[in-house]
Design a protein around this ligand. Sequence first.
Ligand code: MTE
Ligand code: MO
Length: 302
Amino acid sequence: MLIKSQQDIPASEITDEKLYLNRREFIRGVSSIATAPALVGCSPESEGSASDEELTPYKDITGYCNFYEFGTGKEDPTRYAQDFVTKPWKVTIDGHVNKPGDYDLDDLLKPYTMEERIYRMRCVEAWSMVIPWLGFPLKDLIARVEPTSKANYVAFTTLFDPEQMPGQNRDVLDWPYREGLRMDEANHPLTILATGLYGKELPPQNGAPLRLVVPWKYGFKGIKSIVRISFVEHQPKTSWNMMAPHEYGFYANVNPEVDHPRWSQARERRIGEFRKRPTLPFNGYADEVSDLYSGMDLRKYY
Ligand SMILES: Nc1nc2c(c(=O)[nH]1)N[C@H]1C(S)=C(S)[C@@H](COP(=O)(O)O)O[C@H]1N2
Ligand SMILES: [Mo]
């Protein structure tokens, strides 16, 4: 089996954006396109209902970002994150696990081939995109580090380095950025740790070298540039919830019926489209994830 680290993906294996954008080719031309590891249909991209939707162009995904460590404007991260150092990168695993430690990112990626890392997912906030991520299921990492029965939640922390991340010198959020998931959410196969998009390494503005993607939740759950993953007993604090608890809950499941206090969440603008479209419950992933919340009042647990 061919095993490659993130660092040494040869240019010949990096799939061309045009190829990704052409969905018909995606479905039909499989065997004729030698340089397309993207065409294997075994990852959740083929299960999730995003599989037949047009992909958002690379320049929009990488040019319109939220990453307050590099400024609060949507174009700031693209401008100011370019020199962010992402290699080498270690992730500290701690808390209630049998195998805590500092794990090297390259080592975490070793089990997967390029094609195994492709996930095509919808991501939504007030705007939405369809993104061909590269990543691997968080549940694989969880299995590897062996959480104990006390681990009810997973807490994530972004790097704290105000010299490299000038936004951390300002009080816009309580740094470092923090996020969390309940253990069953973290173990869901649609929850991934992303390391790239469009067959390329993640650009710094999108959270290089390692960020969370939970496609049925609002964008702010997708914490970027993760340096610590902690297995904890109690529900961890999360950045936007600490900042504005009435506006941003811990769960943050996409829910068109629960408005943000300052705006409706019933419709979204797909980047590249003019007319807004209705937002779907759980961002269209209800069949896959709604069981996680059976019996919960989703107005209370927003
Ligand atoms: N560390 C960190 N992670 C973060 C943010 C941030 O400011 N800092 N912003 C969040 C928000 S509000 C959104 S909408 C998404 C945006 O991801 P994208 O820029 O890759 O589309 O990242 C999330 N992850
Ligand atoms: Mo956001």
